[in-house]
Design a binder for this molecule. Structure first.
Ligand SMILES: O=C(O)C[C@H]1C=CC(=O)O1
Ligand SMILES: [Mn+2]
Length: 378
C-alpha cells in the first residue's frame, strides 16, 4: 500500500534559537526570568510541505536538564542525521527510530514530533488533534501565573485579568521565601480576590516532605485549589504519601514525565493530579500515552506548560483537546507572557478559554520577519 502521502520524505531539519522578551519578570523558586528562549524546529519535506515545532526550557538549565543550546545540538548533531530521508508520514516510526539511538532529550523529540504532526496535518488537510484521534473539546480553560514577586502587584494584575474575562484561576509561584512569608502572600491574594477566583500554588520542589506535611494544612486553610510539586521530583513516594494525607489535591509536575513515571507514581497509590506537558513526554503523542496511564489509574489530568510561545502552546492545546479527560484545566498562557512572538497570529485567550485551531496542521504560521529579527544567530 503506497500513495503520495506515504512517499513524502524528510528533506531537512533546522533548529533555530530565538530570544524573546517577557512582559515582566517571572519569579519561580529556582530562577527569575526576564526573557524566554525558544528553539524553533522547521522540518522540510520533499513534497514541499514544512512542519514547525518548538522546544522551550525555563531559565536555561535551572528548571530541567535540557538547555536551548543542548536541544539544538541534539537535533543538529544526533537526531537529524538519523531521520533525514525517512518517510515524513509516520511520527511514530520516526520517533521510534530516534528513541533507539538517543536517550532522554524529550524536548528535542517533542519539537520534532510536533513538526512531523504539523506537516502531516497540512498534507492531509486536517488539524493535529484529528491525527491524535479527534478533539473531545474545542477550547481549553487557561489559568494565569502571578509571579511578579509582589503581593499588591499580583492582586492588581489578577483583578485586571478577571475584569477582561481572560483568567479566573491563578497559580502562585512560591518556595523562594520562607513558608510563613509564602503562606501570608497566598492568603492575602486569596482573601483580596475572594470566591470569584481559584488559587493554585506551585512550589517547584522547594520544600522537604516534613516542611510540606507541616505547611500544606495552612495552604488548605487559605483556600487553595491544589498544591503543585511541593517536594523533590525524585521523591515520588513522598508525593504519593502527601496526596493520600491531605484533602487538597497534590499535583505532580517535575516528578512525572513519561508513561513509565506515571505508572510508577500511580503504583504508589497517588490519587492526585498530574501536569502533562509535551516537553516532558516527548511530544503530543507522548502526552496521549502518559494521559492514558493517568486515566487508567484514576489520576486527574492538567494541561501544563514550559512557558512555550505560540507554536509550543498550540501544539499542547491539540494534545490536551484530544485527551479523554482534562478536568483540572490548563495553563497554556506562555504566549501571553511574551512581549512578542515569531508567528503571524499569536495565541489569544478570550472568555477564559483558548480556542483550539481547526485549520490543517497546528494552524500556526511563522512570521519570517519576526523570526529573522529575534533569532540568536543573526
Ligand atoms: O509549572 C511549572 O513548573 C513551570 C511553569 C508553568 C507555569 C509557570 O509559571 O511556570
Ligand atoms: Mn510546575
Amino acid at each position: 500500500m503506497s500513495n503520495n502521502h506515504d512517499q513524502a520524505c524528510i528533506a531537512s531539519i533546522e533548529a533555530i534559537i530565538v530570544d524573546l522578551p517577557t512582559i515582566r519578570e517571572h519569579r519561580l523558586a529556582m530562577t527569575t526570568m526576564s526573557r524566554q528562549t525558544l528553539v524553533i524546529v522547521r522540518l522540510r519535506c520533499d513534497d514541499g510541505i514544512e512542519g514547525v515545532g518548538e522546544a522551550t526550557t525555563i531559565g536555561g538549565l535551572s528548571y530541567g536538564e535540557q538547555s536551548p543550546e543542548s536541544i539544538k545540538l541534539a537535533l543538529d548533531r544526533y537526531i537529524s542525521p538519523l531521520v533525514i530521508g525517512m518517510s515524513a508520514a509516520s511520527a511514530n516510526a520516526v520517533l521510534a527510530k530516534v528513541d533507539q539511538s538517543v536517550q532522554g532529550n524529550s524536548l528535542a523529540k517533542s519539537a520534532l514530533e510536533t513538526a512531523l504532526l504539523d506537516a502531516q496535518g497540512k498534507r492531509l488537510g486536517v488539524p493535529v488533534h484529528a491525527l491524535l484521534g479527534g478533539a473531545v473539546r474545542n477550547s481549553l480553560p487557561v489559568l494565569w501565573t502571578l509571579a511578579s514577586g509582589d503581593s499588591a502587584r499580583d492582586i492588581d494584575e489578577a483583578r485586571q485579568l478577571l475584569d477582561v474575562r481572560r483568567h479566573k484561576v491563578f497559580k502562585l509561584k512560591i518556595g523562594k521565601r520562607s513558608p510563613r512569608a509564602d503562606i501570608e502572600h497566598v492568603a492575602a491574594i486569596k482573601s483580596a480576590l475572594g470566591d470569584l477566583v481559584e488559587i493554585t500554588v506551585d512550589l517547584n520542589q522547594a520544600w522537604s516532605e516534613a516542611v510540606a506535611a507541616r505547611h500544606i494544612p495552612d495552604l488548605q486553610a487559605a483556600g487553595v485549589m491544589l498544591v503543585e510539586q511541593p517536594i523533590a521530583k525524585e521523591n515520588r513516594r513522598g508525593l504519593a504519601r502527601l496526596a493520600q494525607r491531605f484533602i487538597v489535591p497534590i499535583m505532580a509536575d517535575e516528578a512525572v514525565s513519561t508513561p513509565a513515571d506515571m505508572f510508577d507514581y500511580a503504583c504508589e497509590g497517588a490519587a492526585g493530579i498530574v501536569a502533562l506537558k509535551i516537553a516532558k513526554s516527548g511530544g503530543p503523542l507522548g502526552v496521549m500515552r502518559t494521559a492514558a496511564v493517568a486515566d487508567a489509574a484514576g489520576v486527574g489530568c492538567y494541561g501544563g506548560t514550559m512557558l512555550e510561545g505560540t507554536i509550543g502552546s498550540i501544539a499542547s492545546a491539540h494534545a490536551f483537546a484530544a485527551c479523554r479527560t482534562m478536568e483540572w484545566g490548563t495553563e497554556l498562557f506562555g504566549p501571553l507572557l511574551l512581549k512578542d512572538d515569531i508567528v503571524v497570529e499569536r495565541a489569544a485567550v478570550a472568555d477564559f478559554e483558548l480556542a483550539v485551531p481547526m485549520a490543517p496542521g497546528l494552524g500556526v504560521a511563522i512570521d519570517e520577519d519576526k523570526l529573522a529579527f529575534y533569532r540568536r544567530d543573526q
